[in-house]
Design a protein around this ligand. Sequence first.
Ligand code: HMG
Ligand code: MG
Length: 289
Amino acid sequence: MEKIRIVEVGPRDGLQNVSKIIPTEKKVEFINRLSSTGLQEIEVTSFVSPKWVPQLSDAVDVSATIKRNPSVRYTALVPNEIGLRKAIDSGYESVAFFTTSSETFSRKNTNCTISESLDTITSLQNQWCENNVRVRVYISTVWYCPFEGKMSIDPLIEIIQKLIDVNIDEISLGDTIGKAERSDVEDTLEIILKYWNPSQFALHFHDTFKNAKQNVIAGMNLGFRNFDSSVGGFGGCPYAPGASGNVATEILMEICEEKGFETGINKQSLIDTGNYIHSILNKEENTWQ
Ligand code: HMG
Ligand code: MG
């Protein structure tokens, strides 16, 4: 059976955008539960400025307290050298940087230009290599930007090339505001496939307009096998107006079952974990049981 690799981003993308601050011990419990579902990779938190994202200001404590399962890869999101250093000091062997193909979103989300954000990432190559850290980079607003609207492909291709040139392990292509339609996704991915292999990418769909399921299927049909998702379907970037949750990990699992892909995840354990985080956030129980 062919495999799909799921990167669970709920503890980071999910919890960065909730209106209330979740107590550290509840986050730890959530991550520990995720760690025993069979997930291969969990994005635990972010080491960004606590002024910008107060919801994740306990990143050091969360990272020190979770029980690490040796068969899970734990990743932290970092924007710059301070973040990379904190992540390494907190025991991460895998980090995720982020950039975007929109100048306006770059300024709003990280207070710098696209070129500055790429320079930050590439200038840190020695540091991540010396520390044997795996690096993924998110490119946000691949299809639509909340400020600039529909995005064109040429700047995206240039950004991907620059990241490939510094041997980034994986590039995650983000539909940050969940607006891309299946044909948008297919058009962009087909162009990307003229230059690169699908194994170099992950797809990161938010589900604002309920297109994410179709977009995942479009990606799978084109040979993409790495997908980001969030248990319970939480998520969204606080600096992208209109962004809502990531595609739910439960939905992603359902698609995999329908299409005959293996994920290694225990479905009941995943559903229980989704219900746990829903109960913490005082949302209704999820509907995937
Ligand atoms: P800035 O204000 O321009 O930065 O923010 P600065 O360098 O002037 O620093 C300001 C203060 O922050 C200083 O402290 C720094 O030390 C501190 P002060 O002197 O004022 O006390 N600082 C830090 N503290 C902790 N950790 C750090 C760090 N860096 C600086 N790493 C900055 C620039 C990039 C820091 C800021 O804009 C930032 O943190 N932005 C993060 C925004 C964010 O997290 N957005 C959500 C994640 S991206 C996303 O969700 C999209 C994604 O899911 C994919 C998709 O859906 O498309 C990944
Ligand atoms: Mg996201």
